[in-house]
Design a protein around this ligand. Structure first.
Ligand code: NI
Length: 255
């Protein structure tokens, strides 16, 4: 069975039919789904969904695009949510210099404080990094991720970037992007990541794998990501499935 380590079943896009999306995923060999927050409302919704479905787990956090809303109230709200039993990670947090709706300064402040929060509660972090590799790396170095570790979500960096994050003890997670026709470079990077440091995810409703690009993504398509990884690494699909599932269980401390 697969674990989809990053979904947004808490997103508007699933408001009408999330029970069907969950059922379809389970019927397609997905045992477990992480529901990841990106602001306070979506974090609350992630916790609510996880409390109602045994196969769902939640991460709570404020995305860099929303960093301008970050303040001490937000911090306290996340702190309360972190005490809920099904909340297993802080995320998604990080830096996104592609969209600068929130200033770099605001993004860095929110990122820093949420890493500290994760460390305080002994939770792993789910990190979003877009066009901000250098700052993400140096900020992680300064703040020091605790022993609970973390994952670089939707990894799309270079070989050098990958090795820097691996040295920090982080997992690297791949999405449907590795199936895109123009992603040859990323496939070459993925080929070299050790199996015991890999996760798979859909990041649904985004990042639909080939040939569904542009359509709403769903958790059941995590299998397409895993199958592509197996092909790239020239390993049996079963082996990639078992490894990524074991890695997700270890990182998020879920049975
Ligand atoms: Ni995401």
């Amino acid at each position: 069975m697969w674990i989809d380590s990053h979904t947004h079943l808490n997103d508007q896009a699933f408001q009408e039919d999330y029970p069907i999306a969950i059922q379809t995923a389970m019927n397609s060999g997905v045992s477990t789904m992480m529901v990841v927050g990106y602001d306070l409302e979506s974090s609350r919704r992630a916790v609510d969904l996880a409390s109602r479905y045994p196969m769902l787990w939640a991460a709570v956090g404020v995305h860099p695009q929303d960093a301008r809303t970050w303040n001490q109230d937000a911090l306290r709200t996340l702190e309360d949510l972190l005490k809920e039993p099904k909340v297993v990670a802080v995320g998604e947090i990080g830096l996104d210099y592609h969209y600068l709706d929130s200033s770099k300064e605001d993004q860095q402040g929110a990122f820093r404080e949420q890493i500290q929060l994760a460390n305080e509660y002994h939770k792993p972090v789910i990190i979003h990094n877009r066009e901000a590799h250098q700052d993400t790396y140096s900020l992680l170095n300064q703040e020091r991720i605790g022993p609970a570790g973390g994952v670089m979500h939707c990894f799309s960096g270079s070989r050098e970037t990958a090795s820097q994050f691996l040295k920090m003890g982080l997992y690297l997670s791949f999405t449907g992007v590795i199936t895109f026709t123009n992603a040859e470079k990323l496939r070459n990077v993925a080929a070299e990541i050790p199996l015991d440091r890999l996760l798979v995810e859909t990041d649904c409703p985004y990042m639909s794998p080939y040939p569904f690009r542009g359509r709403r993504n769903e958790p059941f398509r995590v299998a397409l990501v895993g199958e592509k990884l197996a092909e790239i690494k020239q390993l049996p699909v079963e082996e990639v499935m078992q490894a990524t599932t074991a890695n997700a269980r270890t990182l998020f401390q879920i049975e």
